[in-house]
Design a binder for this molecule. Structure first.
Ligand SMILES: [Zn+2]
Length: 45
């Protein structure tokens, strides 16, 4: 039985997970916190 891969995105800022309608396009902002940097982890320094 093939496994169904879970698809979705995880916001690095607020931790919100969601499944986009269009998987081919990366969402520009997190739907929850509206951050355009949802996929960018905080910088280490
Ligand atoms: Zn977010």
């Amino acid at each position: 039985m093939p496994k169904i891969k879970l698809v979705g995105y995880l916001c690095c800022r607020c931790g919100h997970k969601w499944i986009p309608r269009n998987l081919k396009e990366k969402p520009k902002v997190c739907p929850k916190c509206k951050s355009p940097y949802w996929d960018v982890p905080k910088k280490k320094r």
